[in-house]
Write a new protein. Structure first.
Length: 257
C-alpha cells in the first residue's frame, strides 16, 4: 500500500548538490537520512525515485506534477560559510505553515536551531515550490543544516538515527517505529518564562500579545513573561516551542514545587 507521505531527495541524477566536510547533499540524503526516516515511519512514508532529480523531472512535466494527493517533504542540506548555521523550511510565497511544517520546524530547532532564528522562509523563485503551489500539492522543502559547517556535519553524522526518528515522528505525527520513548507523560507543575525585557511595560505588553494569540494565561513579573501552570512537562515543552516559534523569544521552563 502506497503512503500519502513522500520524501523527495534533493538533487541527484548527476547533480551532487552542495558538498563539504566529507559529504554531499545527494548521497547523504539518499544513503543515510531518507532511508532511516522511512524505516522509522512504520511504513507510512515512501521515497520518490532516488535515481531521479525531481527538479528536472518537474521541468519535464513529471516530478511534482506526479505527486498530486501526496504530502511532499523535499530534503536538502544548505551551503554558505563555515559559520552559517541552522535549518529552515521553504514553501511557496503567500502560503502559511501548517501543522506538519510546525512539527518539522521543531525537529530542526531541537537539533540545529533555525537559520537566522526563523523557521519559515516562503519563496517565489523555486520551481518545485511554485509548481506545488500552483497545482495544489502539499509541499515543503526542508534545509536540515549546513553542509559547509563542520560542527553541524559532525553532529548530523553522530546523531543521524535520532534525527531521522524525530523527522519520522514529525511527518507521521506518531511515535517512531522501534522507538523506546515512554508513552506516559511526565507529571508535575511547570511554568514557561521568557528572558528579561527592558521595562515592566514591555513585559506587560508581550504578556497580552501571547495571551491573545496562544492562551497559556501569561502574566508579567520582574520584567519577564510567565505562563500559568502546566501539569505535565510535555505540555510545557509544547508551549515553550510555540511561544518561541510565534514570537521569536527563547523561553525556558521552571518546575514549580
Amino acid at each position: 500500500m502506497m503512503s500519502k507521505n513522500i520524501i523527495v531527495c534533493g538533487h541527484g541524477a548527476g547533480d551532487p548538490g552542495a558538498a563539504d566536510n566529507g559529504i554531499n547533499e545527494r548521497d547523504f540524503i539518499r544513503q543515510e537520512l531518507a532511508p532511516r526516516i522511512k524505516k522509522y515511519s512504520g511504513g507510512e512514508i515512501e521515497i520518490y525515485d532516488m535515481s531521479k532529480n525531481c527538479y528536472r523531472e518537474t521541468k519535464d512535466g513529471r516530478g511534482i506534477h506526479s505527486l498530486k494527493g501526496k504530502i511532499v517533504i523535499e530534503f536538502h542540506l544548505d551551503a554558505a560559510s563555515k559559520t552559517s548555521k541552522g535549518g529552515h523550511i521553504i514553501f511557496g510565497a503567500g502560503l502559511k505553515a501548517d501543522s506538519l511544517d510546525n512539527r518539522l520546524a521543531d525537529v530542526i530547532k531541537k537539533h540545529f536551531g533555525w537559520r537566522h532564528d526563523r523557521a519559515f522562509h516562503p519563496r517565489d523563485n523555486l520551481l518545485n515550490a511554485n509548481t506545488a503551489k500552483r497545482i495544489g500539492v502539499n509541499y515543503r522543502l526542508v534545509e536540515v543544516c549546513f553542509v559547509t559547517n563542520p560542527t553541524e556535519v559532525a553532529y548530523l553524522k553522530k546523531n543521524i538515527d535520532q534525527i531521522a526518528k524525530d523527522f519520522a515522528e514529525a511527518i507521521t505525527n506518531k511515535v517512531a517505529a522501534g522507538s523506546n520513548k515512554p508513552s506516559t507523560s511526565t507529571p508535575g507543575k511547570y511554568r514557561v518564562y521568557t528572558g528579561i525585557f527592558k521595562t515592566d511595560e514591555e513585559a506587560k505588553k508581550q504578556a497580552k500579545l501571547i495571551g491573545a494569540k496562544l492562551g497559556y494565561k501569561p502574566f508579567p513579573k520582574d520584567k519577564r513573561v510567565w505562563t500559568g501552570v502546566f501539569n505535565t512537562l510535555e505540555s510545557a515543552i509544547a508551549a515553550q516551542q510555540k511561544i518561541s516559534r510565534e514570537f521569536g523569544f527563547n523561553p525556558q521552563i521552571r518546575q514549580e514545587k
